[in-house]
Design a protein around this ligand. Sequence first.
Ligand SMILES: Cc1ncc(COP(=O)(O)O)c(C=O)c1O
Length: 397
Amino acid sequence: MLRSLLKQQNPVLKRIEGDEGTKLRLRYDIWYRTPERQQGARVWVDGREMLMLSSNDYLGLSGHPRVLEAAHTAAAEWGSSTTGARLANGSRAYHTRLEEKLAAFLGKEACHITSAGYLSCMSAPATFATKGDLILVDRNVHSSLWSGIILSGASYERFGHNDAGDLGEVLRNESADMAKLLVIEGVYSMEGHIAPLHELLPVAREHKLFTIMDDAHGLGVLGEGGRGTANHHQVAEELDVICGSLSKALSSTGGYVAGSREVVEYLRTHSKQTIFSAAISPAQAACAETALDILLSEPEHRERLWDNTRYYKQILSDLGLNYWNSETPAVPIVIGDKERVYRLWKKLWEDGIFTVLAISPAVPPGKDLIRTAISARHTREDLDKVGEALRRATKRL
Ligand SMILES: Cc1ncc(COP(=O)(O)O)c(C=O)c1O
């Protein structure tokens, strides 16, 4: 009674109660599903075994015995958390060790890690751009980068996805005096496209842009030994900042910003996402550090990932499905409208395939899709099973 009276008087509670988006989400019950058990690339939902096809466990290291042991050892040695920000409570040896390893791996002088990829990627534009600057941003970048762009107070202009010509066009009309930044991804998370750095960076150089690249989906996947998109194009030195996530190929949670020592120290002085946020936990840092060691010493995981990716894309091609020319293990199946993509998702679900659907505005209009991700843990039988399920599901969509 009191609660409903309060609701009527409180505009925020009324907005929450009437929210159509939440009602729709709850009615269709697609997202936030809760498996009760997990083993490798399998999860169990309501007692039913399902094949996981949406997780970004690219190298399949989230169950690697060395990773699990590292988490146990780190928790035993350091406890569960630093329970505060590094600025106040101090860094720990496991933070600086991971930072040094990651920086060297990425071909950068220094690196700073935080407790989430979202925080790290948000902090890059939020920290390095400021009011009066202009940010040039690929129109398809991840939400974390957009949050940082908005927070920076800088103005921004979008350019066409992966379109260096358009970037040059947009810049032609801009004042030469403004400080300018370029914000892109190395591998686009929904599309699986690789940024054409050999086309974008000459434009960036010509216009003296400070360059920020989010490589959440490139690390561990592209480049020599998995060193990422910059290494893939042999341009690591040219990028001012490479940021990303520890939650994909490195099978942990957390994020990083890498650059010159000067750039990283500036971030540590100014980034609110670092200064006012608790450090990454000992266990999560240990998982990422061990995954990085495994990446260097056990190339077979990457080899299997790429074998699987080629095999899976052949299946999609044979079925005539549109995977948006994905060049990586992040593989969308573009269907184009909400109703049909929902029907496909549901049929796959009923067939024991766990996927996630993404609809506009999360993807461009007309690109509603099922987002799938290939892992080194998938077997050929798993991928054949997905192919069979897709064949049945797409017969009459
Ligand atoms: C491109 C990109 N950047 C940043 C993030 C955020 O990383 P995390 O999930 O580790 O917070 C993601 C995760 O979805 C991503 O895809």
